[in-house]
Ligand binder design. Structure first.
Ligand code: G1P
Length: 264
């Protein structure tokens, strides 16, 4: 629910997923995260109050929170057993079709929404698709890291994947970003995935097993990624989204200039 300018991160996630054709939105949350469910709920009283006071613009923004094409399912991951386990919690709700996994703390600014780029890649080449980005060598221990092989088609297939390796053990410096398009076969793999890094059931380990049977591709997406799970990434997102904001961007730009021009 951390806001970036005027919307919580989870709202950006929903907008990206819907723009990529998602209709069923499954939120895997945990105890104490009721505010997410509330955010996407219809607040009839608020809408009536805004209507009566003629606040048309605000009313439109409240109504745009959830597009009519989308429906929501909220699930609780009762025990914090890791990302692989969280994805497995959604098995029954997803059903037997390819699906996206979106980690909202990775915010991506791009001309074409990142998940849409991945869907187009999947439609062209088949298989599962992971969004990847080059990271500095010393940062590999923060990510899933992949080894890739270029196919004649130009697509890059994943030949190895490891969760948070030390720089000396990393197969490359190509990191998985929080966007996945996965085939439902991943659920069978996750059912038998043992605890891995951090003593958690890792999605990365499930993918390592999936990769032996099916094509898993790496897509170096077009866009800027902000790791809002870190203090610096969150601040960078706030500043850059603030500068792009139609209402306050220019004033904010002037303000920042004043701040960085030393008056001392
Ligand atoms: C998760 C994944 C990791 C991936 C990262 C992307 O890690 O386990 O493989 O690279 O998301 O943000 P987390 O950030 O939850 O530790």
């Amino acid at each position: 629910m951390f806001p970036i300018v005027d919307k919580p991160l989870i709202q950006y996630a929903v907008e990206e997923a819907v723009a990529a054709g998602a209709e069923k939105l499954i939120f895997v949350t945990a105890a104490g995260k009721g505010s997410i469910e509330d955010h996407f709920d219809v607040d009839a009283e608020l809408e009536r109050a805004l209507e009566e006071s003629g606040k048309a613009e605000l009313l439109a923004s409240v109504r745009a929170i959830l597009p009519p094409s989308a429906s929501c399912i909220f699930l609780r991951q009762g025990v914090p057993l890791g990302l692989g386990h969280a994805v497995l919690c959604a098995r029954a709700a997803v059903g037997d079709e390819p699906f996206y996994v979106h980690l909202p703390d990775d915010l991506i600014y791009s001309a074409t929404p990142c998940l849409k780029q991945m869907r187009e890649h999947h439609e062209r080449h088949g298989g599962s698709v992971l969004a990847v980005q080059t990271v500095p060598g010393e940062r590999t221990a923060s990510y899933g890291i992949v080894a890739v092989e270029e196919q004649p088609s130009g697509a890059r297939s994943i030949k190895g994947i490891v969760e948070k390796p030390k720089p000396e053990d990393a197969p490359s410096n190509l990191a998985v970003v929080g966007r996945y398009l996965l085939t439902p076969r991943i659920f069978d793999k996750l059912e038998t995935t043992q605890r891995g890094a951090g003593n958690e059931i890792q999605l990365t380990d499930g993918i390592a097993s999936l990769m032996k049977e099916e094509t898993v591709l790496a897509l170096a997406f077009e866009g800027v990624r902000y790791d809002c799970g870190t203090k610096l990434g969150y601040l960078q997102a706030l500043v850059e989204y603030g500068l792009r904001d139609a209402q306050v961007g220019q004033v904010f730009d002037n303000y920042l200039l004043e701040q960085i021009q030393p008056t001392r």
